[in-house]
Design a protein around this ligand. Structure first.
Ligand SMILES: O=c1ccn([C@@H]2O[C@H](COP(=O)(O)OP(=O)(O)O[C@H]3OC[C@H](O)[C@H](O)[C@H]3O)[C@@H](O)[C@H]2O)c(=O)[nH]1
Ligand SMILES: [Mn+2]
Length: 374
């Protein structure tokens, strides 16, 4: 019997791109096929551009390697990381869609406690299409879910909520721990019987959170320009803080612009535990620096003239340079890269003038063969 999801066309098929960073392979897509096959993929191939990455048959996709990044962005390619999952933000840059779902290539379909396969993409879409409640915490969690509502004492003036910019999903099996935690808890596994929490909640205003990029949805039109994953990996003093940096920048901008961030469902199954010793080498400066980075973001005030994400982000880059630059000149370089990113974003996503040529087609569109009948 056809998978239930293939009987109906899922929502947002023409308004959402799935962005996948990969330095390995895309075999994991076979398991997601019933949920992903109607959507367009943007694959960002990291590492050796001469390596051929095979896309399983039947997917509509664009694939970009480092040569493509350099060709498309020219000197601005310097802001796109190499040899780090941070490269995924190039996919956010070149997408033409309103929504993005990004997933790692070692993430698979999880099952809920009843044993039912979780359509993570559908849950992210639901999270993104329903409002958030950052201004007042609802103790029954997401009031817009079936079977929930605002509890007694929740101000009626706030029940309309605010637009949701980000949907942050979670992980069964291998949790997204930092290296020190991974080292002391090498066998810790989240299973649907012991760690499945059936909740979606809005992260309250003026509260930061550690955004993980492996199971993440966002509204590109609301917050896309702030989804820069920083300078990580090759040639950089830090790695595995790509998504954290993006999340901290996004959250202060969402708070300033009155947008919401949700976390919780959906879960996916994270299969690979990356090497904790390698991770420690990548992360250790971040573990030390974040004791100053977090107070910086907690104290960020954006002027009321910052009415767009780009203006907020440029202002943030100035404050990063001024206040974090003295800690390490990496932050001066990062602040410059934040400006380069916005320049690249505005160049690639320049709105066509009314009546001008149709929007530029995807920069590198390909389609794999039709899937062979089983
Ligand atoms: O140099 C690289 C390394 C990896 N990738 C791709 O990024 C995805 C995550 O890689 P991996 O699963 O090996 O790392 P994790 O430790 O599980 O990932 C967490 O930490 C790093 C990131 O923030 C990530 O989002 C977190 O989940 C995967 O698709 C690799 O193929 C790469 O492109 N370049
Ligand atoms: Mn992983």
């Amino acid at each position: 019997m056809a998978h239930p999801s293939t009987k109906i066309i899922p929502p947002l098929t023409d308004e959402l791109d799935i962005v996948i960073p990969t330095i390995r392979n895309l075999d994991f897509l076979e398991q997601w096929r019933p949920f992903f096959e109607h959507y367009h993929l943007i694959i960002v191939q990291d590492g050796d551009p001469t390596k051929k990455i095979r896309v399983p048959d039947g997917f509509d996709y664009e694939l970009y390697n480092r040569n493509d990044v350099n060709k498309i962005l020219g000197p601005k390619a310097s802001c796109i990381s190499f040899k780090d999952s941070a490269c995924r933000c190039f996919g956010f840059l070149v997408s033409k869609k309103k929504y993005i779902f990004t997933i790692d290539d070692d993430c698979f379909v999880a099952k809920d406690p009843t044993g039912k396969e979780i359509n993570a993409l559908a849950q992210h879409i639901t999270n993104l299409l329903t409002p958030s409640t950052p201004d007042f915490f609802n103790t029954l969690y997401d009031p817009y879910r079936d079977g929930a509502d605002f509890v007694r004492g929740y101000p009626f003036s706030l029940r309309e909520g605010v637009p949701t910019a980000i949907s942050h999903g979670l992980w069964l099996n291998i949790p997204d721990y930092d290296a020190p935690t991974q080292l002391v808890k090498p066998r810790e596994r989240n299973t649907s019987s012991n760690r499945y929490v059936d909740a979606v909640m809005t992260i309250p205003k003026r509260t930061l959170f550690p955004m993980c990029g492996m199971n993440l949805g966002f509204n590109r039109e609301l917050i896309g320009p702030a989804m820069y994953f920083g300078l990580m990996g090759d040639g950089q003093p830090i790695g595995r803080y790509d998504d954290m940096w993006a999340g901290w920048c996004c959250k202060v901008i969402c708070d300033h612009l009155g947008l919401g961030v949700k976390t919780g469902l959906p879960y996916l199954w994270h299969s690979k535990a990356s090497n904790p010793f390698v991770n420690l080498k990548k992360e250790y400066k971040g573990i030390y620096w974040q004791e100053d980075i977090i107070p910086f973001f907690q104290a960020v005030v954006l002027p009321k003239e910052c009415t767009t994400v780009q203006k907020c982000y440029i202002e943030l880059s100035k404050q990063v340079k001024e206040k974090l630059g003295p800690m390490d000149n990496y932050f001066e370089t990062l602040a410059d890269a934040m400006v380069t990113w916005i320049e690249a974003w505005d160049e690639i996503n320049a709105q066509p003038k009314a009546g001008s040529q149709p929007t530029t087609p995807p920069l590198k569109k390909e389609k794999s063969e039709e899937p062979k009948p089983k």
